[in-house]
Design a protein around this ligand. Structure first.
Ligand code: BES
Ligand code: ZN
Ligand code: ZN
Length: 496
């Protein structure tokens, strides 16, 4: 699907459909004076149909109108944007997604959209429009014989030619944000059969090769042994697949003093190990490498996005399986920073591999570390399926991440690294234990990780709920992998 932008007077448009945004609560229901003009040209037809169909411009409401011969386009689609005073970028994303899915149910091949959200910044609303369209247009079709086809082309329209420069910039950024997100979705949707740890490594090598300014180091099991990565090796013990630690580096063209590390959990399948998961809970556990997929998603577009900071992308890739070689509940392992851990539940494996990855990351002396992990069911209990839990030892960092998330349209909320609960992760016969009782499971997992970050400003994003949608979360986050996290990270990296 091609998307272009140009100046238009709307009246002479020739596409199959013309889409207009409508905000709720204004006297006239169309959003712009131009669409008012169209209404007049059509003999007030839009107002009449709207009345008949009780269309008032509520968020996600749609209304079709036929134009007859008086007009270039055959059909007009009105899309509700919600209340004018509540209009934000997320409303634009959702309306764009709804409009596209509505058009896809017809025989239309081409469509033009008058850019939504007049009151918002041109670049930002163009970016949001493209994100909404492309993210909703995604399907994972690797194993489908019959591939779905989309529209041929979409033209975004502005009425004022002076908006074109900013809008084009918005398209450029959006296409990269989308590419990174969809790459992460593809990785997460791929079943464990075809997404083993070595597959993740191959993907990392491929994207590093495709871009300038990138380097990669891959540590296999022999090296991990020398490095003392007892967490990664311990979790991997039961699997027939080898485990890896991957370290990608992006260096910006200009000089920079800032160094950001992003770290992902890459459990390509989480059976629980000997603390085996019940069948129902295991069904979606191919998603347990979503943190690593987010890191790869960011790195897949990092040269094009060109942040001004040095970025280190690190992930541990392992499979968590039961077998005669698997870690036993009660076993004690030694981590990369020499701390010992009693593994009382082999299903709390994410914190074990992340701990080593975090220790490795601190050795790169970053100014900031951000990890992403489908870490705990408890976080989903606390915040529901659609909201990420953010924990951080540095308030300014969690604020920056929450801001980036809000503008990216990804739902996140802060949880405390409560000192009082630190005692809950202390071990009986080792320094630490990997489970901490029934309550506050997202927090105690975060506190466990904190034992491995030293004093480095660090934030932990528990994406267990949002990473994989078990039903449609929004018009552009449908059932399956969401790529949640990629756009927040990109936005954060671009804030420097
Ligand atoms: N990968 C799971 C967490 C998870 C749950 C991700 C639901 C996505 C959706 C993690 O490894 C896990 O199993 N955690 C356990 C920890 C417990 C044993 C302390 C959990 O949350 O039940
Ligand atoms: Zn687990
Ligand atoms: Zn897991």
């Amino acid at each position: 699907m091609e998307i272009h932008i140009r100046k238009s007077d709307l009246v002479s448009e020739k596409s199959d459909v013309l889409v207009l945004g409508v905000t709720q609560g204004k006297q006239h229901f169309t959003e712009t004076n131009a669409s008012q003009k169209i209404n007049e040209l059509l003999g007030d037809v839009l107002t009449q149909i709207a009345k008949e169909e009780s269309f008032v411009g509520k968020a996600n409401q749609t209304l079709w109108a036929r134009t007859g011969h008086s007009f270039g386009t055959k059909r007009v689609l009105l899309v509700g944007l919600g209340k004018a005073e509540e209009l934000d970028l997320e409303a634009v994303r959702q309306a764009s997604a709804i409009a596209l899915s509505t058009i896809k149910q017809t025989t239309a091949k081409t469509a033009c959209f008058l850019l939504f959200g007049e009151s918002l910044d041109v670049k930002d609303r163009t970016q949001a429009t493209i994100e909404g369209m492309r993210l909703s247009d995604y399907t994972y079709s690797r194993y489908k014989k019959e591939k779905k086809v989309s529209l041929k082309s979409i033209d975004l329209l502005v009425l004022d030619g002076r908006d074109l420069v900013a809008a084009r910039k918005g398209i450029e950024v959006a296409e990269q944000f989308v590419k990174g997100t969809l790459f992460a979705r593809d990785l997460v949707n791929t079943p464990g059969l075809h997404m083993s740890p070595s597959h993740l490594v191959d993907e990392a090598k491929r994207i590093v090769k495709e871009q300038k300014q990138l380097q990669i180091r891959v540590f296999g099991e022999a090296q991990l042994g020398k490095m003392g990565a007892g967490g990664i090796l311990g979790v991997s013990q039961g699997s027939v697949h080898d485990s890896y630690l991957v370290h990608m580096t992006y260096k910006p063209a200009g000089k920079t003093k800032k160094r950001i590390a992003i770290i992902g959990k890459g459990v390509t399948f989480d059976s629980g190990g000997l603390s085996l998961k019940p069948a129902d809970y295991m069904m979606t556990m191919k998603c347990d490498m979503a943190g690593a997929a987010d890191v790869l998603g960011v790195f897949s577009v990092i040269a094009a996005i060109a942040p001004k900071v040095e970025v280190h992308g690190i992930f541990a890739a392992v499979e968590n399986m039961p077998s005669g070689n698997a870690l036993r509940p009660g076993d004690v392992i030694e981590m990369m920073n020499k701390k010992t851990v009693e593994v009382l539940n082999t299903d709390a494996e994410g914190r074990l591999i992340l701990a080593d990855a975090l220790v490795y990351a601190t050795k790169q002396k970053p100014d900031v570390m951000i990890d992403l992990a489908t870490l705990t069911g408890a976080c989903v209990v606390a915040l529901g399926e659609e909201v990420t839990g953010v924990m951080s030892n540095t308030p300014a960092l969690s604020n920056a991440i929450l801001n980036a998330a809000a503008s990216a349209g990804e739902k996140m909320w802060e949880l405390p690294l409560e000192k009082r609960y630190q005692k809950l992760v202390k071990g009986d016969i080792a320094d630490l234990k990997n489970i901490a009782g029934r309550w506050g499971g997202a927090l105690t997992a975060g506190l466990f990780l904190q034992e491995f970050v030293d004093k480095t400003p660090w934030a932990h994003l528990d994406i267990a709920g949002p990473a994989f949608a078990e039903r449609d979360y929004s018009p552009y986050e449908k059932k399956g992998a969401t790529g949640h996290g990629v756009r927040t990270l990109l936005k954060y990296l671009l804030s420097f």
